[in-house]
Each structure stands twice: as structure tokens, then as C-alpha cells.
Ligand binder design. Structure first.
Ligand code: DQA
Length: 144
């Protein structure tokens, strides 16, 4: 199967964006890590967008194709009801959706303590740097 690894706004700047918070690796490094971890028969399809509509379209694609989702909604986490409603379709379709964060949003500014996505996610992994995604990959490949 294919696992969609979807990344929201500003994550295309990983590597140079706040390396003290997010580390020095970029999305290519993340993709290489996940591809190396992926069990036989599992393809990693990693994408990033700053566009809410595009991200929602990718979630529909996961639902329509039956793909598990690893989602770092980035700042959309904290306020996008549209993304939440799309994410709800994934679990309704019987597919896992893991919300991931590189940092631990609960240890940061108050506005990051709320996630409008978590309530419709299968589970949430945060605070382990790129390992948050690696743990999520383990979770979805076990579940699926
Ligand atoms: C983030 C945390 C969010 O609060 C922030 O807006 C991001 C990245 C993380 O991976 O730690 O862009 O989702």
C-alpha cells in the first residue's frame, strides 16, 4: 500500500526554519528516513503544501484510494475546521490517520495547545522530532 505523509504550511522550510525547534533536517531527509523504514510493499508518498484546499484534496485522495495518512497539519492544527472535517472522513472510511508534530505543541505558546484535528485522528504523536513520523509509520503499517 501507499502511505500518504502530508505536511502543512511552512514545513517546506524545514532545515532552515527555527532549527532550534524543528531540527536541521529538511523534507528530503525526512522522506529518506521514512522510505528506509518502510516495510516491504509500503510506498511513502510525502507531500507539502501551504494551501489548505490542496491539503484537503489530498485527504480526499487518501479516502478514495484507501491510503493511511500521516498528517502534520502545522499551523492549520490550531484553527482549520475545514481540515478537521476532511480528516474526519478518513477514520469514517476505516483508515488510520495519525496527527504528528515535530515539536511538542503543549510545551509552547498557548495558541498551540489546542488541536482541532486531534478529536478526529486515530492517534497523535508529538515532540519526537522526525521520529514522530517514524513512530506514526510503525502505527499505520501495523494497523493497516
Ligand atoms: C508543528 C507545530 C505547529 O504548532 C506549528 O505551527 C508548525 C509545526 C510541529 O510539527 O511541531 O508549523 O506542527
Amino acid at each position: 500500500t501507499t502511505v500518504l505523509v502530508l505536511n502543512g504550511p511552512n514545513l517546506g522550510r524545514l532545515g532552515s526554519r527555527e532549527p532550534d525547534v524543528y531540527g536541521s533536517g529538511d523534507l528530503d531527509d525526512l522522506c529518506a528516513l521514512l522510505t528506509a523504514d518502510a516495510p516491504d510493499g509500503v510506498t511513502i508518498d510525502l507531500r507539502q503544501t501551504n494551501d489548505e484546499a490542496e491539503l484537503i484534496g489530498w485527504i480526499y485522495e487518501a479516502v478514495d484510494s484507501g491510503f493511511p495518512v500521516i498528517l502534520n497539519p502545522a499551523a492549520f492544527t490550531h484553527y482549520s475546521y475545514a481540515l478537521r472535517d476532511a480528516a474526519a472522513l478518513v477514520s469514517k472510511a476505516g483508515l488510520p490517520l495519525v496527527e504528528v508534530h515535530i515539536s511538542n505543541p503543549h510545551a509552547r505558546e498557548t495558541f498551540r495547545h489546542t488541536s482541532v484535528i486531534s478529536g478526529v485522528a486515530t492517534g497523535v504523536i508529538a515532540g519526537f522530532g522526525f521520529d514522530s513520523y517514524r513512530l506514526a509509520l510503525t502505527a499505520v503499517t501495523r494497523a493497516g
